[in-house]
Design a protein around this ligand. Structure first.
Ligand SMILES: Nc1ncnc2c1ncn2[C@@H]1O[C@H](COP(=O)(O)OP(=O)(O)OP(=O)(O)O)[C@@H](O)[C@H]1O
Ligand SMILES: [Mg+2]
Length: 211
């Protein structure tokens, strides 16, 4: 994929996200069953299926247009915590993305997404939420961007760090969201939202490396 990343990348990312979330639907349901209400896999699968249907209906013209379409669709089609959280993330990311995306643009996009999640959910690092995947992802992408790496390299580093961040939620005690009702019993389970974040960022990196 060309660097900076453009419309083709954003479309490919979104379609890969739909396929990956469909593939991991049961895994995300099981993770959410352990510490929540078991709907996260269903929420994300339904949301991204609706996103792809919208993409076919009204094709966006640029990266920001794709991100905006994802945001609006997740906000309207996905209930619970994740719909508004991811919806706000994608909306802020769209606003932070004016043109095609280079490594610095990847950092700006991810930072804006996290700002949206925090504005909405008020979680900080260590509370066993998707914030624990986004935060190390941004740090990793920044390292690549500052070292002169490409957008694809920044996304791969972000995805790897998000996967590690999601795994690092296992020993954490949840203090935000539905999982916090479990208190100590939330310890020992991986957070579903951090896991879906890791999948989304892996798809972004895969799309950047493809073609
Ligand atoms: N305040 C928050 N800040 C950031 N992320 C959060 C917050 N609350 C929940 N989450 C994330 O959302 C995920 C759960 O999403 P899910 O789609 O299952 O919604 P839900 O919690 O079931 O929503 P509801 O309880 O409103 O039905 C968690 O795994 C966590 O990562
Ligand atoms: Mg849930």
């Amino acid at each position: 994929m060309a660097d900076p990343l453009g419309l083709a990348w954003a479309l490919d990312w979104t379609r890969r996200a739909q396929a990956t979330l469909a593939e991991h639907r049961m895994e995300l349901i099981d993770l959410d069953r352990a510490i929540g209400d078991g709907d996260h896999g269903e929420n994300m699968d339904r949301g991204f299926k609706a996103v792809v249907a919208k993409l076919d209906e009204s094709p966006p013209e640029d990266v920001a247009g794709v991100l905006k379409l994802v945001a609006a669709t997740l906000m309207s089609k996905v209930g619970g915590a994740a719909g508004p959280l991811y919806g706000t993330a994608y909306m802020r990311a769209a606003k932070a993305t004016e043109a095609d995306v280079d490594a610095a643009g990847v950092v700006a996009l991810l930072e804006a997404a996290l700002e949206g999640i925090v504005a909405r959910g008020k979680a900080t690092i260590g509370e066993k939420t998707m914030v624990d995947a986004w935060t190390p992802a941004i740090e990793a992408a920044k390292g690549v961007a500052q070292g002169g790496g490409s957008a694809a390299e920044a996304l791969r580093a972000a995805a790897t760090a998000a996967t590690e961040g999601a795994e690092a939620t296992i020993p954490m005690k949840a203090t935000k969201g539905r999982a916090s009702y479990l208190g100590e019993r939330s310890i020992g389970h991986q957070d579903p939202g951090a896991t879906s974040t890791a999948y989304l960022l892996a798809c972004a990196a895969d799309a950047a490396e493809a073609g």
